[in-house]
Design a protein around this ligand. Structure first.
Ligand code: COA
Length: 254
């Protein structure tokens, strides 16, 4: 599977989104590969830290829209839900290096990363409503918590993008650097973490997340059910068809 690259070195597993010609949009097979990689990372004592990265020009254009049209996720065992459960409950530190657009799950997966290093070209967006969908990855809970309700409403109801400076101010990301430096910085920080006592890292992360772990799991399941229903409704079909036909969607009849 070359759309997802996996590398393990010095205690760090690096997972690279590698489908740049399609803007690193994520197919079902890619979710499965990432879910498998996280499972391996959790169980393998040689892996102490995980880093996600994309390309200097694009982190991810979110879910593959062709996949949405052809085979929408239908059960909790679908690859996308396996991936979301994996990353949201992952016990060891998770980092991300994010440059360029981070759309949909490209942004919402970052709510579950511990440290995010962004290029100054990073642009975050959660345009679920524009696609006839609703939030996922517990972003309907985590975005208002992190951003405050008003800014979350701009991001989730209007689907407006926000840039690296805003993401830094709200605490979604840890630092902004030139795009050419984001991946290297994430690796340096990952190496620092990998040199620390793993049991202390795991316990500290568990304690920091303790207050929200049940809410996140419940919200993710509820969002998943709504998302699955909306995927099959006419508004979403129109949005996906319009994207494939490279035209603006017309929601006037749906
Ligand atoms: N699913 C499937 N294919 C996608 C995709 C997606 N989410 N995003 C981009 N692509 C494909 C395009 O169809 C195009 O394919 P083609 O070369 O065969 O025509 C290729 O990637 C390049 O995309 P393009 O839109 O021309 O690049 P851009 O640089 O002008 O814009 C984005 C980049 C990310 C801003 C834009 O592609 C975009 O908005 N994508 C959709 C994002 C989205 O709504 N995702 C779902 C979130 S739930």
């Amino acid at each position: 599977m070359t759309d997802i690259l996996k590398d393990i070195a010095n205690g760090v597993m690096t997972i690279t989104l590698n489908r740049v010609d399609k803007k690193n949009s994520i197919t079902s097979a890619m979710y499965a590969a990432m879910a498998d990689a996280l499972e391996q990372a959790q169980n393998d004592a040689a892996v102490r830290v995980v880093v996600f990265q994309g390309h200097e020009t694009i982190f991810s254009a979110g879910n593959d829209i062709g996949d949405f049209l052809n085979g929408p996720a239908s059960t909790q065992e679908s690859p996308v839900f396996r991936f979301l459960r994996g990353i949201s409950t992952f016990p060891k530190p998770v980092l991300a290096a994010v440059c360029g657009p981070a759309v949909g799950i490209g942004t919402t997966m970052l709510f579950h990363c511990d440290l995010v290093y962004a290029g100054d070209n990073a642009a975050f967006s959660m345009p679920f409503v524009n696609l006839g969908l609703c939030p996922e990855a517990a972003s309907s809970y985590l975005a208002p918590q992190l951003m405050g309700y008003s800014r979350a409403a701009e991001a989730l109801l209007l689907g407006e993008p926000f840039m690296a400076e805003a993401a830094l101010e709200m605490g979604l990301i840890s630092r902004i650097v030139p795009p050419t430096e984001a991946a290297a910085l994430a690796q340096r920080q990952a190496q620092k973490l990998a040199a620390k006592p793993l049991s202390s890292l795991i316990e500290t992360k568990r304690l920091m997340k303790k207050g929200q772990v049940n809410i996140v799991a419940e919200r993710m399941a509820e969002e998943g059910a709504s998302f699955g229903r909306l995927l099959r409704e006419p508004a979403a079909r129109e949005a996906f068809t319009a994207f494939m036909e490279k035209r603006k969607p017309d929601f006037s009849k749906v």
